[in-house]
Write a protein that binds this ligand. Sequence first.
Ligand code: HEC
Length: 389
Amino acid sequence: MSVPDACFNACLFLHAPASTGQSLAAEVWITPMINARTPSLLLLIAAIAITPRLHAEETPGADAAQQSVSYHTQIKPIFQAHCQGCHQPAKPLGDYIMTDFQSLLKGGESESAAIVAGDAKASYLLDQIMPVDGVAAMPKEKAPLSPEQIGLVKSWIEQGAIDDTPASAIAVYDAAHPPVYSRPPVTTAIDYSPDGKLLAAAGHHEVLIHHADGSGIVARLIGVSDRIESVKFSPDGTKLAVTGGAPARMGEVQVWDVATKKLLTSVQVTYDTVYGASWSPDGTKIAFGCADNTLRVIEAATGKEVLFQGSHGDWVLDTTFSIDGAHVVSVGRDQTAKLIEFETQRFVDNITSITPGALKGGLAAVETHPARNEILIGGADGVPRTYRM
Ligand code: HEC
């Protein structure tokens, strides 16, 4: 379930101050908004002022060694996007946690120091990311980091591996350190379990599973994403798909085992939060929408991408499968609902184009009828509509 566009932006604002760990996210969202209202002359002056710096940063590989590398703004985003899915408290593969700075240095099961400040050669992490014949040990079974990224990590280690994270952004939540709320968070997503006994609700940095009768909280599922955009129980109710991420940094799809409260899969995708999770009727696949205008589908068990579709002209905010699983429907800020054939990844048609001009404003939510191939859509114009696929 999602919220309309206008309210959506307001929610992003409200959501931000709810906790200290969110300050960076708030900065990222607020900046473009301020710019939008700044007189253009000021923008021009600002552009001129930053131009020399941009030039200097255009050659990251070559100059990286001379420049001072920031852990907070340059290194952490690389780790967030490529490593933390498998190296976080909820999923510490190789016994190695990269979300906490001390553990990041210390290393894991090998008992070799992952990072030795000032000594790149002695840092096991660098061995792990350095490709040999195009293949690197880490990120495991994925494309190696780019030479520029590896260069930055190396320079940062050589420069003393300093943690320059500002105090306001240090808060890292995990099961042992759950978020503390000073006021109720904005709820961006909710979903009932198929048997009606549980209710999952997005919080800050976590999903709260409640007894549906309101008698208490069953579980707090805390991953690496600070903003949760959607929550969806699998058709058999055993798993929960969660989409979200860190705004303007990374998107994430999490799959949790509802009974054991364990994180089964964490997949990093794109450089912004991701939206609108939906399960295929057989519970093997998860569709979601992205701010790079793509609709994607992954295998729930492995995280492998099995569909990539770029027919939208704006953010894709929600998705749903047809009742036989053969088609996926996605809706987005471009005011369209698109019908995609899963098997061929082919764009079939705009479901909403049948009535030109019928829609005003972006679409934020879509749901399939439980028994018929009909969809219910909702968006910024506040009028829910049903369409036949
Ligand atoms: C898909 C999951 C996955 C991703 C993504 C991943 N790792 Fe790993 N990592 C593992 C597993 C599993 C191990 C345990 C050793 C093994 O199986 O190879 C491991 C082990 C390690 C170790 C050794 C820890 C120790 O002391 O034994 C380091 C260092 C490491 N990873 C760094 C990274 C870095 C850096 C990235 C990102 C660039 C990354 N990993 C991304 C799964 C992953």
